[in-house]
Design a protein around this ligand. Structure first.
Ligand code: ATP
Ligand code: MG
Length: 299
């Protein structure tokens, strides 16, 4: 992210100390609560685009929720609203019981978007350690955490390289490592694996599940890929465009994240999940338009 005010690096949340809104005591234990959110963008000549309307979504602490839907249905807009990179026209958003703005100030989450958003003048290691440095973590501790993260994303040999010496996929892996640096309780990810080749992508998916199992972090994950959504998620939220809204939610019951190995990709429950999400997006397979929604990858 290029905006100077954006939390382009991850941070772990201090325990929520700020006042929770009236009547929302229970909401503080939820990672994300979105209520009646609408986002209307002004268009040309007085027209407007309703990017989102009537959005209600709760992401429980530790839950993995994917947002899927055709291009332009408002997935990125919703994620940006949660991250306080944009403001809703109507409605309310809470992150661990705090306003989205307060959560951003507190750096209550890590974010990884499709654009890696690395600082070109810092090495790979220096990019990953930035959030730790900003929070005054001691140098020795930073070094060991960075080494761990480099290992995790398979870039141990590239710590002294600069971003422009890396491929797009490698840059993205640096961004993911950075978002995990402080073991945030919430990760907001917008197509973070979109630029990766299929093999790296599958490996990163498995790693993300492992990390998530280890840290217990909640994840809100935007993707175009039905198989990716099903493999990763506890719940897949299906959206439709014009105006962008939530049309379906599918509980995926593939077991604990820690137990989701590569073999799960050939499991009957996995295929059932893929079919359920596909049908929610396109209608039953007999419909002539099945698989035709623009921007959704059914492979
Ligand atoms: N800053 C903006 N100004 C005006 N319109 C916007 C802005 N951001 C998004 N929109 C509009 O809001 C709608 C939703 O956009 P958004 O980027 O959230 O879609 P998306 O679901 O993430 O799509 P994709 O899958 O292609 O990334 C689109 O019609 C888009 O043109
Ligand atoms: Mg998007």
């Amino acid at each position: 992210m290029s905006s100077p005010s954006s939390p382009s690096t991850a941070a772990s949340a201090p325990e929520p100390t700020s006042a929770t809104p009236a009547g929302s005591g229970a909401e503080a234990s939820e990672a994300v609560v979105v209520r009646g959110v609408e986002r209307i963008f002004p268009g040309a000549k007085g027209s407007s685009v309703t990017a989102l309307t009537g959005i209600d979504l709760t992401v429980h602490a530790g839950e993995f929720v994917s947002l899927i839907g055709p291009s332009g249905c408002g997935k990125s807009t919703l994620l940006r609203l949660i991250a306080d990179l944009d403001e809703p026209t109507a409605g309310d958003i809470r992150v661990f019981g705090r306003t989205a703005q307060q959560a951003r100030v507190d750096q209550a989450y890590g974010i990884a978007f499709q654009q890696a958003g690395l600082l070109p003048w810092r090495t790979v290691a220096a990019n990953i350690e930035l959030p730790l440095q900003l929070h005054g973590v001691a140098a020795a501790q930073r070094r060991s955490r960075v080494a761990e993260l480099l290992e995790l994303v398979g870039l141990a040999d590239f710590s002294k390289h600069y971003p422009d010496q890396l491929s797009g996929g490698m840059q993205q892996r640096v961004a993911i490592a950075r978002s995990l640096a402080e073991q945030p309780r919430l990760l907001l990810m917008d197509e973070p694996f979109g630029a990766l080749d299929e093999m790296t992508r599958e490996r990163m998916q498995t790693e993300l599940l492992r990390i998530r199992a280890e840290t217990g972090a909640a994840v809100v994950f935007v993707t175009h890929s039905i198989p990716e959504a099903v493999y990763l998620s506890d719940r897949v939220v299906v959206m439709s465009p014009r105006p962008g809204r939530i049309t379906d939610e599918i509980d995926v019951r593939l077991g604990e994240a820690a137990e989701r190995g590569e073999d799960l990709r050939e499991d009957a429950a996995y295929f059932e999940g893929v079919t359920a999400v596909r049908e929610a997006l396109h209608g039953p397979a007999t419909a002539p338009s099945a698989g035709a929604a623009r921007g959704v990858d059914v492979r």
